[in-house]
Each structure stands twice: as C-alpha cells, then as structure tokens.
Design a protein around this ligand. Structure first.
Ligand SMILES: [Zn+2]
Length: 411
C-alpha cells in the first residue's frame, strides 16, 4: 500500500506553503523547506489546506448495515421491532462488511480514528485493519438476561482476539450501560480494565429516564454510581452525558474521564436535552465528539456533526461565544497535532473550494464545510484516499448491501 516514505509538497498550513515528509508512519519533517528524497512516494498538494484528521469518539461501526431503516420509530419500538431481531441473526461476516462500509465513509469524510462498541469485535478490528484506520474496540457487555458468567468468558475471549491485531487496534472493556449491565459485571469490568490498563467505554446519562431509574434503584446519580463501582478513571470514555449535573461533572473531571457528546444521535432520538458543554468545560472535563452508530444518526460524517454540536451548544446556552470554532475543531480532532514525531495522520482538503476559500479556516470548517471537503486521507503515512477516490470502494458497498439483504433489512 505504501513505500516507507511519503512526501507531500505544496500544502497550506497556517497560511504558509509547506512540505511534509513521513517516514515509517511518523511525521519526520514539516515546513516550507521540506522536499522529497529519492524513492519517496510523492503528493503535490497544489495549495490544498493541510489539517489534522478527526476522531469519532463513540460509534458502533457495523450498524451502518441498519442505516435508513426504521428510523422514524420511537426508540423502544425501533430496538424491539427492528434492531434486536436483526442482531439476533448477525454473523462475524456481517459485522466485517458493515464495519468496512463505515470505515469507507470515515475515510471519505476525514475520520481516521474511532471508538467502537459492537458484537464480533474481532471482525470490526479486521475491517479497520484492512481499511487502514485506527480504532479502540470493545465487545459490548450485557447481562440483563442474567448470563453474567457467559458474558465474562466472551469478554475475555474478545480481549485475547483484539490483542492479536497490530498497533492500530486498541482493546477496551465496553459495558453497554448502567441499565443493561449488573452491578457485579460493572465491577468486574472495572477490575479487568484496571489489571490490564485498558479503557472502559460505556454509555452514560443518555436519557433522563436513566437518571431517574438510577436514583430510584441506587439512591445516587449515574456518574456517582459508576464511581462507587470503580469505573471512573483517566482511561474511561463516557458516551452522551446529556443529563450530568454539576456534582457529576466535577467528579468526572477529578477522575480524568472523557465525555463524548453525540449531538446528532441525541437529536434524532429526541432525548430532550443537550450535553452541558459550558459547565463541563468550566469543571475541566475532557470532551470528545462522536456520531454514535449509523443506525441512529444516520451518518458517520463527523464534520457535519461538528456543526450540529456547535449550533446546539450556542442555541441551548443563548450564547454565541460558548464554543469558538477553533476549540470545536480541537474537540473533533481529539487533540491531534501536526508536528514532527507525531503519527503521520493528516488530511488534505479540496483546493480552491467555495466552502473554504474565503474567511477563517476553522470557522469555515465548522460552519461551511462537510466531510465532502476532504480530498486526501493519510494514516501512518499510507494514502487511503486521494482525489476523493478510495481504492476498492465499489466492492465494499456491494458486499455490505449483500450482507444487509441477507439479514432481511429493507426486504
Ligand atoms: Zn452508542
């Protein structure tokens, strides 16, 4: 797929024409003087803006198979009548092609890293590997059916399998939520994650019902409950956090967890609230952005969701200064930096595009652009898309369609 070295020339970074040389997956040189060395793979960027890629902090990649199906139903009917019956028939091959479809969309729209929670996590890891992206993946833990031991055994198998992939795949423990996972299994997941120094990735406070039920059952709010079970630390990813209160935000900040907000999924499911970003920032909480699964978004275009994030925050707080564009971009790119020594992951955006040619870059990126602005996607010095073309895209779409038909979706 790549030679050991790749050199980009004529890209625009902070208003300056620069070159960027990647060696063995790392940025080896960056600046106006950088030129290709003999034998390098070359890209002449012709004035294309050079930016960091995006990090999708919460998704269920293979659910792209369920895109556009049953989405007008209320949540519980959608789950019971559409999703769960299909998931009962899922095979690893379905998950593989669903995740390949998701990866294709992410490559096209500038996302190079994501956090995933789904069945057959090894199939997702294989899809990510074959697509050239990076992901931290966990098989979901559920024991609402009382089968706790079987779930523990499956989780350990999943961790073993995920550990066999290369450095682009990270493993996580992924207890689904406090309302589908028992106290015992949550504690177990926290212990396993602690012993193995792995992250825990969990849905938290997506609906106000979850908060009410937690108060009724445990006498405390969801974040306090999770902390009591040892789940909260600097490796913990909390997806949603729509209904976190001030005390929970202070606790989450003190423990060093990251909250990943999924504004489009929240709006589509009509949860009735907005993640309290201003209070979270004030408390010092690390914040990320996610799409959630394509079954409930239905897009994986994180750049499109970034606009919705910024608009929702401005609207909900009646304050247009609440999230400056550069800060919003920093959240979507997960703190990635274009510097020598960093992984050679970057995007080249379309040259002379109407969306980006006038005005300030970050403002244009957040409010004018969508993922279609991405021309070239590079991960670890490997070119995954050039000129909007991803090799093999047609086959991925065809195979995903085949698998979704096999599952009876849309039939
Ligand atoms: Zn989710």
């Amino acid at each position: 797929m790549s030679s050991a070295a790749l050199t980009v020339t004529g890209a625009v970074l902070d208003g300056e024409s620069v070159g960027l040389r990647c060696v063995d997956g790392t940025i080896a040189a960056l600046g106006p003087e950088v030129v290709p060395e003999p034998g390098d793979e070359k890209i002449e960027a012709a004035g294309a803006p050079l930016v960091t890629p995006l990090l999708n902090g919460h998704t269920h990649a293979a659910m792209s198979l369920f895109r556009g199906y049953g989405g007008d139903l209320p949540l519980m009917r959608w789950l019971r009548e559409v999703i769960w019956p299909i998931e009962a028939k899922l095979e690893a091959e379905d998950v593989y092609w669903g995740a390949r479809l998701a990866c294709l969309e992410m490559i096209r729209t500038g996302t190079t890293r994501f956090w995933d929670m789904y069945w057959h996590p090894g199939a997702t890891a294989q899809a990510v590997t074959d697509s050239g992206l990076r992901a931290t993946i966990g098989g979901p833990l559920f024991d609402a059916d009382g089968k706790t031991e079987a779930m523990q055994a499956m989780a350990l198998d999943n961790l073993d399998e995920l550990g066999g992939f290369g450095p682009r795949i990270g493993a996580a423990l992924a207890p689904h939520s406090i309302y589908t996972v028992s106290e015992g299994l949550l504690r177990w997941a926290a212990e396993q994650a602690g012993e193995r120094r792995l992250p825990v990735h969990i849905h938290l406070s997506e609906t106000d019902q979850e908060v009410e039920d937690c108060l009724a059952e445990h006498g405390v709010r969801p974040a306090v409950y999770l902390d009591r079970l040892g789940v909260l630390n600097e490796r913990t990813i909390l997806a949603h956090g729509v209904w976190l209160d001030q005390e929970e935000l202070a606790l989450i900040a003190a423990r060093g967890c990251t909250v990943v907000t999924n504004p489009v999924a929240n709006m589509k499911l009509a949860v009735g609230g907005v993640f309290p970003y201003p209070a979270a920032r004030e408390a010092g909480v690390a914040v990320g952005l996610g799409t959630d699964g394509a079954g409930s978004n239905d897009s994986l275009d994180l750049l499109a969701d970034l606009k919705l994030f910024a608009l929702a925050q401005r609207h909900a707080s009646s304050d247009p200064t609440v999230v400056p564009a550069a800060e919003a971009w920093g959240i979507a790119s997960g703190g990635a930096r274009l510097e020598v020594g960093e992984p050679a992951d970057f995007l080249l955006l379309r040259t002379a595009s109407p969306e980006l040619s006038l005005g300030e870059l970050y403002s244009d990126l957040v409010y004018a652009a969508s993922g279609s602005i991405v021309d070239t996607t590079v991960v670890g010095g490997e070119v995954l898309m050039r000129g909007g073309e991803v090799p093999g895209a047609r086959e991925v779409v065809a195979r995903a369609l085949e698998r979704s038909r096999r599952l009876g979706i849309g039939a």
